[in-house]
Ligand binder design. Sequence first.
Ligand code: BYC
Length: 340
Amino acid sequence: MYTQALNEKPPSDTAISAAKARPEDAAKLARFQAIIDAEEKIEPNDWMPDGYRRTLQRQISQHAHSEIIGMQPEGNWLTRAPSLKRKAALLAKIQDEAGHGHYLYSAAETLGISREQYYEQLLSGRAKYSSIFNYPTLTWADMGAVGWLVDGAAIMNQIPLCRCSYGPYARAMIRVCKEESFHQRQGFEIMLTLCRGTPAQKAMAQDALDRFWWPVLMMFGPSDKDSMHSADSAKWKIKRFSNDELREKFIDATVPQGKFLGLTFPDPHLTFNDTTGHWEHGPIDWSEFKRVLAGDGPCNRQRLRNRRTSEADGTWVREAALAYAEKRRQRLAAAKVAAE
Ligand code: BYC
């Protein structure tokens, strides 16, 4: 999607240390910030401060990893979907997520790190991916909860990213958001069907909400006071809303949907504040969030193990594709020589 040939060679480590040692050129910085303040896009070959580049490399690649790892909890239910229609929709959703991962890796590559290097960061356990995908999907209702809540949270976070200052990321997000909104609807529709079904089906939907609600709220990241990257990201118009603002918007949008389903949120403190017009929630267990980020969530090890196995199992496919491309190149070159 983005032409790598346009990119400058990534700087060597020595060049990076030299750049760190000298203060950024004040005039360049001022011009860069003026472009951002004028709501214009920064493009891959434009000058950008190291911090802006690093923030985007980190965020976009984490986002890509989340899409790819996020295929696993749903893949778990593909062979057990309750009907052909449900299976087809779930399969399409999972394939969309693979596509999102690829757009995002392409966008991240424009920042001077190759896709293979990003993969390596993920497989070695150095890169983060969204905490939510370290929770198990225990019942079919979890497919409803993931679509309704996880994709619902993803849309809330990603719609503002369509206006992110970095062109390739913003453009990738437009298509991703369109597809996420179909995902959210298919999830809600699964929940609606279960909630209108037998008491056992409704109980299954309630159980899925009980297990996913708090981890979904954590998807938006630490509270604003603990969010170390937010100030820079807001200044650079990567983030348009803070973590807490997006969490609040999500709760405001989702609580009426849950009430429509006839479900109860697992938060005794959840109350509507008539003065502010917002729902207020109880305390989030940030120790759980930290545990999951540190690699000790219910499924962290399994998710990475599966990813590493897939990468190893796919080696022969990549090698075969490269060998075929090389043979084809040689055949075409030979045919050209023969024709001359
Ligand atoms: N999980 O300073 P903060 C999807 C980390 S895919 C893990 O607030 P920032 C889907 C954060 O990285 C959804 N880590 O950071 C796919 C940082 O650590 P590092 C994925 C988290 O970046 C398949 C530290 O905590 N969406 O929807 O300003 C199926 C401090 O945080 C999390 C995206 O990736 C977390 N939840 O803000 C279905 C969206 N939260 O990196 C659905 C793009 C925070 O310094 N990303 N951390 O080691 C963003 O918008 C921002 O990166 C975040 C965090 C709001 C997530």
